[in-house]
Ligand binder design. Sequence first.
Ligand SMILES: [Zn+2]
Length: 110
Amino acid sequence: MLAKDHIATLIEAGKATRLGPNWPGKRCLAKTRRATLCQKPAIRGRGWCQLHGGRSTGPRTAEGRARVIVAAHTKHGRRSKAYIEKGKAIRKELKQIILECQRAGLLPDK
Ligand SMILES: [Zn+2]
């Protein structure tokens, strides 16, 4: 069991980090539906809490969106248009080579 003065010391130590009315940190600037200020602590570097727009809302620039859509949603790229077109071109070229070899007599006809 803790001594009473030790408990008082712990309570005093916790006051600096507690989010009560005298908390010294920055609070959210958003207005609630009751027209009062939101009392949650603001996200560091921003004026709002995570409920009122403090966190990221996604990429804004075209470059950022492309990065998210292409890079984050691509697993291996074997179903991508470029990969499929490359395979088609290789097979077409191979077919042409086989046909030319058959015409020249280097390969037996079917
Ligand atoms: Zn808030």
